[in-house]
Design a protein around this ligand. Structure first.
Ligand code: GN1
Ligand code: MG
Length: 356
């Protein structure tokens, strides 16, 4: 994006800094995200939120701000300086909205960049997995007393298996013969797993597992660490909304325990790392164990399988739909992502009896 255009948008927000340069951060699949460097010490994350996918952007921004304010209230005894890295801070525009609507179409949102932080696409050791578990546990713990019905469903039925199967079945009907052939092995696996993959949803719908505030995009690249790999905070709160903890635990495990990146094509590199599962769970429980029921604990392993599966199903569906949802870099990117997740699920299934 041209510097002039981006600077114009950046300057619609209330800040005291001069734009110096920007770069695009490409790890997200939906929004366009830019790091804006200024002449001063504070830098910013400027994001164009994809309004085709997020139908109610003002509601989405409101969710994020409510959750940040709640998290901030948990640090009332901590100095302002110390909490700056722990809680996401959003910047208002001049009429005090927290988003800027450009040309009546594109929504932009500005956050303060958390400096001196690193992210991981692949977890390298148990310590990082443990720290990541603590971060999510802390997020869920601190938001556990927030009434989740104050949040809108930014994407209705986001992790709802029945809904994802409906989308998938529709894609089967409209897909080209060629894409169906390429997906055929996976179409069979999906059919075989249908019942098992609805178990968590039934527990949610029957009230056996409670609904609460959840993050809904807990992949490892959404956790920030310091240079010593101590967890700082979880970012990308676009999808905070009511859910069950299994969504967040499982989605984190999906990336933390994958020995390769989400779109690695060489499937021999994709394995489920059991040691990282155990380390993650230990960190997670350190901050949540007192608030989780027996049934919530019992279903953590199934959460891992279910979230790997739902992501495989969504990537496969998008492939069959000719790639209309996720950003892709090449023709079969979504198919490769789906294959990767199916391989991870297979490896998980082989190892699950050793889970604790
Ligand atoms: C999408 O755009 P990003 O990377 O924040 C997706 C998540 C998937 C993720 C897979 C709104 O998130 O559900 O887990 O890609 N977000 C949405 O990497 O669909
Ligand atoms: Mg996201």
């Amino acid at each position: 994006m041209k510097a002039k255009k981006l600077q114009f948008i950046f300057d619609e927000f209330e800040h005291q800094h001069a734009y110096k340069s920007h770069s695009e951060l490409k790890s997200g699949h939906i929004n366009d995200t830019f790091l804006v460097k200024t002449g001063g010490e504070t830098h910013y994350i400027l994001q164009r939120i994809n309004h085709t996918i997020f139908k109610d952007v003002p509601g989405l921004v409101n969710n994020k701000v409510l959750v940040s304010n709640h998290l901030k209230s948990k640090y009332s005894n901590t100095s302002e300086e110390k909490i700056t890295n722990k809680v996401l801070r959003f910047v208002k525009i001049k009429n005090s909205n927290l988003y800027y609507l450009k040309d009546g179409e594109n929504y932009w949102n500005l956050m303060i960049f958390i400096d001196d932080s690193i992210t991981h696409e692949i977890v390298k050791n148990k310590e990082i997995a443990f720290e990541a578990g603590k971060l999510l546990g802390d997020f869920l713990n601190k938001t556990s007393d927030f009434e989740s019905d104050k949040l809108i469903d930014v994407i209705p039925n986001f992790h709802d298996m029945t809904f994802r199967f409906q989308q998938y079945n529709a894609s089967l009907k409209s897909a080209s013969k060629e894409r169906l052939e390429k997906a055929s092995k996976y179409i069979k696996i999906v059919a075989d797993l249908k019942d098992e993959m609805h178990i968590l949803q039934t527990l949610k719908e029957t009230g056996k597992i409670p609904t609460r505030v959840t993050h809904n995009d807990t992949k490892i690249s959404n956790s920030l660490f310091d240079e010593n790999n101590q967890g700082i905070c979880i970012i990308d709160t676009d999808t905070v909304m009511p859910g069950i903890i299994h969504y967040d635990f499982g989605d984190a495990i999906r990336t933390i325990c994958n020995t390769a990146a989400e779109d690695e094509k060489d499937l021999s590199k994709v394995e489920f790392n059991l040691a990282f599962y155990k380390a993650y769970k230990k960190g997670f429980l350190e901050n949540t164990v007192d608030s989780l029921s027996e049934i919530e604990l019992k279903y953590l392993p199934l959460a891992a399988k279910t979230m790997i599966f739902i992501m495989a199903l969504r990537f496969l569906t998008d492939y069959l739909n000719k790639d209309t949802y996720y950003k892709t870099d090449y023709l079969e990117h979504n198919l490769d992502r789906a294959k990767n997740q199916f391989k991870l699920m297979e490896s998980f299934t082989e190892k699950k009896y050793n889970l604790t």
